[in-house]
Design a protein. Structure first.
Length: 77
């Protein structure tokens, strides 16, 4: 079963949890995903577009920010 955080996101977006559950997607996995993985996970273009928009706003940008901060720390050392 998908964890509660993922289930809530899916409800917000109007999706069922079946695909997410069968692929063992959790809140810990979402930030580690990339667009290729999401394309495989959601083959319907409309669903994919909605999910990608949410993912980019909530996970991809945060990951990019964290990577930038880590790079700055490394350069400053």
């Amino acid at each position: 079963m998908a964890d509660e955080g993922v289930t809530e996101i899916l409800r917000e977006l109007g999706f069922e949890a079946v695909t997410i559950e069968s692929n063992k997607i959790s809140m810990a996995v979402l930030p580690k995903m990339n667009e290729e993985m999401i394309n495989s996970l959601l083959p319907a273009i409309g669903d994919r577009a909605v999910f990608l928009d949410y993912w980019k706003k909530n996970f991809k940008e945060k990951d990019t920010d964290n990577n930038s901060k880590e790079a700055a720390k490394t350069e400053g050392s």
